[in-house]
Design a protein around this ligand. Structure first.
Ligand code: PLP
Length: 378
């Protein structure tokens, strides 16, 4: 009988493991690899990797120090064979791909509607987001996956916005990446990334060489978030649907996009691909200065990121400002766009806050009667 059974995951906060063991045998991780150094393998990190692999529908996973650590490890490992990247993607992903191109690697950017026709044997890997950041397009993953198979091109998806609650990429892609900073961890207090796949041998080596593994403490934090993943994403998706409908009907709004709206260009694809939920992020253009709208929000906080318990909003135009203006136009990001990540607040409270900010941004005085004035703790 064991002495005790912890129900939650112990944090193995150690850099090294004794290896060989006192009996002379090797210390092995559950992956069958030498357990000796936490830049390679660590039991707390392993627990997270197994859980996310199961959620994504793959055999195994790797945890990284950030979503960008997962993306950079993958892109660097495949750079020699050439990589194609869906151009409507997170700005740092695009920026990294541009750097790789400047370093002499073959990198091609493709628009979402042209992906299937652009896939070519000249490139070893295609990376696309399953709900794109920030314009919320949904690529036709079934057709893309089929074409990649035909041409023997590896397909990696960035499933950060959808999370495995909407879509389990196993069977459709070779690799699934997530910024675990967002929905997986879910509390806006940790930076982490994951990559799941059926074949990880070379990526494990690349992670070891680049030193991009996640640490045990943050692995524990992400594991803790996973307990409520389904509850949070369901609630945030249902709230986002209500907020999107409000924005669609609001005369203070010029344009809104959300994959759950029938008016969304890819709604039929999203309905087929996802499980009836459409995620917690909405993108819209107000009929007012977007910075003024952000300044007038009070429950919703002006901040980047998404998947937090608190609603957050930002201007993707500012995040993309480091990219060449031509490319930003090619990506389809318009200057007035606001990206809103709904949190776990009451949907009516979020809608009231957004409506008040939209009105205040249009009023000449720019009056800001804060809903939370006087509550320093919120
Ligand atoms: N992928 C997407 C779609 C993102 O939105 C982000 C960050 O916002 C990343 C990757 C990078 O993740 P991280 O910030 O954890 O490095």
């Amino acid at each position: 009988m064991p002495e005790f059974i912890p129900l939650e995951t112990p944090i193995y906060m150690t850099a090294t493991f004794q290896n060989p063991l006192p009996d002379g045998g090797p210390s092995l991780s559950d992956r069958g690899l030498d357990l000796k150094y936490s830049r390679e393998e660590n039991p707390t990190v392993r627990k997270l990797e197994r859980l996310v692999a199961w959620l994504d529908g793959f055999e195994d996973g790797l945890a990284f120090s950030s979503g960008m650590a997962a993306i950079s490890t993958l892109l660097l490992s495949r750079a020699r064979k050439g990589v194609m990247v869906g151009v409507d993607a997170y700005s740092a992903t695009i920026s990294l791909a541009l750097d790789l191109r400047d370093m002499g690697f073959r990198v091609r950017f493709v628009r979402i509607d042209e992906i299937v026709d652009s896939i070519s044997r000249d490139y070893g890997l295609l990376l696309v987001e399953t709900i794109t950041n920030p314009m919320l397009r949904v690529p036709n993953l079934a057709s893309i996956s089929e074409r990649c198979d035909e041409l023997d091109v590896e397909l990696a998806v960035d499933n950060t916005f959808a999370s495995p609650v909407l879509l389990r990429p196993g069977g459709l892609a070779n690799h699934s990446i997530q910024s675990a900073t967002k929905y997986l961890a879910g509390h806006n207090d940790v930076i982490a990334g994951t990559l799941t796949s059926d074949e990880l041998r070379d990526l494990w080596e690349w992670r070891r060489k680049l030193g991009t593994i996640l640490d045990p403490f943050r692995s524990f934090m992400v594991i803790r978030g996973l307990h409520t993943l389904e509850l949070r994403v369901r609630r945030q998706s249902e709230t986002a649907m209500k907020v999107a409908r409000f924005l669609q009907d609001c005369e203070l709004v010029e344009w809104v996009t959300y994959p759950g709206l029938e008016s969304h260009l890819d709604h039929p694809v999203a309905r087929e691909l996802f499980n009836g939920l459409y995620g917690g992020v909405i993108t819209f253009i107000p009929k007012a200065d977007p910075d003024k709208v952000l300044r007038n929000l009070s429950v919703v906080r002006p901040a980047p990121s998404l998947g937090a318990p608190r609603s957050l909003a930002n201007r993707p135009w500012s995040s993309a400002s480091s990219l060449p203006p031509d490319l930003v136009r090619y990506m389809g990001i318009r200057e007035g766009v606001i990206r809103l990540s709904v949190g776990l607040e009451d949907p009516e409270v979020i809608i009231a806050d957004v409506e008040r900010a939209l009105k205040a941004a249009r009023s000449p005085s720019g009056e800001v009667p804060s809903l939370l004035a006087g509550d320093p703790h919120y």
